[in-house]
Design a protein around this ligand. Structure first.
Ligand SMILES: [Zn+2]
Length: 425
């Protein structure tokens, strides 16, 4: 139907529309009014499930600049809000839906904190002060969200407080200290400025023996009452302060291991080690971690401290966990957990026999939380299988030759027939 430019819409149309917009305004206005806020939604926004409950607000620091961080957060749907240095707030995932921001996480025995929390990313670093505008904006954003979801101050937590790491060669058991993200937002003075009057005084998972402390400095920052925001490690009185990861302190030395610098990126193909003799190796090429000489420089790619790369979504038994259970938790036998065996066969969790589980070998690749869309054929293209998700970095293609490629790396004209498609529901 063509619209009459001069005459405008018919009266009945305009009246009902006006009423509709008025009601909509009433619904929308009280939510985030009083903030400089705009929407720049992730392509994942419409497909993410709604949360059944909202118990926590998790505070993050991007560990990188605004532009690059926003691009990545949008690409993977990894935050609800971003608060820029000038106080501008950006909506990335609608606050009622699930954003993938907390990664491997646990608080008070509850895992998968993404399903019960809102994630806010502050542009900046875990150990550098927020700007005045950021504090004003975050204070107001928290006030509004805490009112909407009835979240007490003691449940507004820095990401580093809930993130935890799987056993690795430096820490033989599951541990707190996987990252320092958002660490400064445990400081009493800053919390007061943000209108928060309480915070946890101890780590319930460490106390219950579920986790060990792998970063004593972080532990001290998070749980020791302080008069001011945390000082950088060198100024603490902690007996053995752990050096800060990455930024400027990226050289292996006595008491500073590859893990201290790169955390879980230590063996990633994107982490590059430059040895004192000038030769280089990627993290995934290093076999003998105890033989890395002091003076080796470690370069962790871009923002990887905070964002997950698509390569990390394809998890590998023997690298990301020693068993399927360590990687998928309660979801090991679910249809949405996919196993790619080294021999080339592919199974969903609900197709796995107990023999399959017993024989799971190192090198088996896994996707957790995925829908198997089917196989590409002559008259069934990627778009027919997963719609606009076809080129997302979180969609995966498993070619007949066994190669697994992310949607943002695939050439649509060159997807072989027989390629399997997996996407996030
Ligand atoms: Zn974080």
């Amino acid at each position: 139907m063509l619209r009459n430019r001069a005459g405008g819409p018919p009266a009945c149309f305009s009246r009902s529309r006006l009423l509709f917009f008025f009601l909509l305004l009433l619904l929308v206005l009280p939510a985030e009014a009083g903030l400089k806020i705009r929407s720049d939604y992730s392509p994942h926004n419409r497909t993410r499930e709604r949360r059944r409950s909202t118990t926590y607000i998790i505070l993050h620091t991007t560990e990188g600049g605004a532009k690059g961080s926003l691009t990545k957060l949008k690409k993977y749907g990894e935050a609800h809000y971003l608060v820029d240095r000038n106080g501008e707030v950006v909506r990335i995932i609608h606050r009622d839906r699930i954003a993938m921001h907390a990664g491997r996480s646990m608080w008070n025995g509850q895992t998968n904190i993404d399903k019960v929390s809102i994630g806010i990313e502050m542009v900046g670093y875990h150990n550098k002060p927020l700007t005045k505008s950021q504090k004003t904006a975050l204070r107001e954003l928290l006030r509004q969200l805490q009112t909407i979801y009835k979240i007490p101050d003691s449940r507004v937590l820095p990401h580093s407080m809930v993130a935890y790491g799987r056993p690795n060669r430096w820490h033989r058991v599951a541990h707190r200290g996987r990252k320092r993200c958002g660490m400064l937002m445990a400081g009493d003075e800053l919390r007061r400025e943000l209108g928060l009057t309480s915070r946890p005084s101890y780590d319930p998972d460490v106390r219950a023996g579920r986790l060990k402390v792998a970063d004593p400095y972080l532990e001290k920052v998070l749980f020791t009452p302080k008069r001011s925001t945390p000082a950088p490690p060198r100024r603490t009185t902690s007996p053995r302060p752990t050096p800060a990861p990455a930024t400027g302190r990226n050289v292996i030395a006595r008491g500073r291991s590859a893990w201290d610098i790169a955390r879980e990126q230590y063996n990633a193909s994107t982490t590059v080690y430059t040895f004192p003799d000038g030769t280089t190796k990627r993290g995934d090429q290093i076999r003998s971690w105890s033989r890395i000489p002091a003076g080796t420089q470690v370069s962790v790619k871009g923002n990887t401290v905070e964002q997950q790369s698509s390569a990390e979504r394809v998890q590998v038994i023997g690298r990301d966990g020693s068993t399927a259970g360590e990687i998928a938790g309660a979801e090991v036998a679910k249809e949405s957990t996919i196993y790619f065996f080294p021999n080339g066969s592919v199974k969903q969790g609900n197709q796995m026999s107990s023999d399959d589980f017993r024989r799971l070998a190192r090198g088996t690749q896994m996707l957790v939380g995925y829908t198997y869309g089917g196989v590409i054929s002559a008259n069934r293209k990627a778009f027919d299988i997963c719609g606009p998700r076809w080129n997302l970095a979180t969609t995966f293609y498993r070619r007949p030759n066994g190669q697994i490629l992310a949607g943002d790396k695939i050439n649509e004209r060159n997807i072989p027939i027989g390629t399997m498609v997996f996407y996030q529901p």
